[in-house]
Design a binder for this molecule. Structure first.
Ligand SMILES: [Mg+2]
Length: 226
């Protein structure tokens, strides 16, 4: 219980955290290869090969798996907004996400919203993040949604966490970061002074949500100081 003491805000990752669609998640690297092919003017086969090689090279130098965006930027020198526009024009999350599957998420976040400020930090772009959040039916519950379109930066940049804490008007120590990737979501959040929890599956998220609600309700039931 003491674990959540003083917690005022929850900062979520989007892709792979609030929804779990292997097909939609696979679209990002698939489109990245198409983008590389277009940008460096090579056939798709060669683009796939170059993408794979660059991903391996980055993994060796960084000591962890790079994100789709990192591979593509290294390979093409493209700007984040160019990649965002390409992706937004080609990926329709409505093909992959069925709102009927996410009733549990809407209830969970609506309840959490009564007790905590909610925010998102995503390596996705504004157009797609908005579409996904509206499909899931949870857009209105998030006070701050920071995408690469506004920040021009990618996680694991820890300054993104400071920025969102500031936008919420909450100290980093009073924020909990929640994400599905250790190196991208959890380690940088801790570096920024936040608490952070890894959720690998929707079940993990449900369990954590229930725990956070129980903590908030118990706190509410306690008599005030004095
Ligand atoms: Mg994720």
């Amino acid at each position: 219980m003491g674990r959540w003491q003083g917690l005022r805000a929850l900062i979520f990752d989007l892709d792979g955290t609030l929804y779990d669609s292997p097909e939609l998640l696979a679209e990002y690297p698939r489109q990245a290869v198409a983008f590389v092919a277009e940008r460096i003017r090579v056939p798709p086969e060669e683009a796939r090969e170059r993408y794979g090689q660059e991903a391996l090279r980055l993994k060796e130098t960084m000591g962890r798996s790079p994100s789709t965006t990192q591979v593509l930027v290294a390979l093409t020198g493209a700007r984040l907004d160019e990649w965002a526009a390409f992706l937004a024009a080609r990926v329709d999350p409505g093909r992959f996400l069925n709102p009927a599957d996410y009733g549990w998420l809407r209830s969970l976040l609506s309840e959490l919203h009564k007790h905590y400020r909610l925010a998102i930090i995503t390596n996705n772009n504004r157009a797609l993040a908005e579409r996904i959040l509206r499909l899931l039916g949870v857009r209105h519950l998030f006070e701050v949604v920071l995408t690469t379109t506004e920040s021009g930066r990618l996680k694991p940049d820890p300054t993104l966490y400071h920025q969102v804490a500031r936008m919420l008007g909450v100290s980093p120590q009073a924020c909990l970061a929640i994400g599905d990737r250790l190196a991208v979501d959890i380690i940088p959040a801790r570096r920024a002074g936040l608490r952070a929890v890894l959720v690998r599956t929707p079940e993990d998220l449900r369990r954590l949500g229930a725990e956070l609600l129980a903590a908030a309700r118990q706190k509410q039931a306690e008599p005030g100081p004095g």
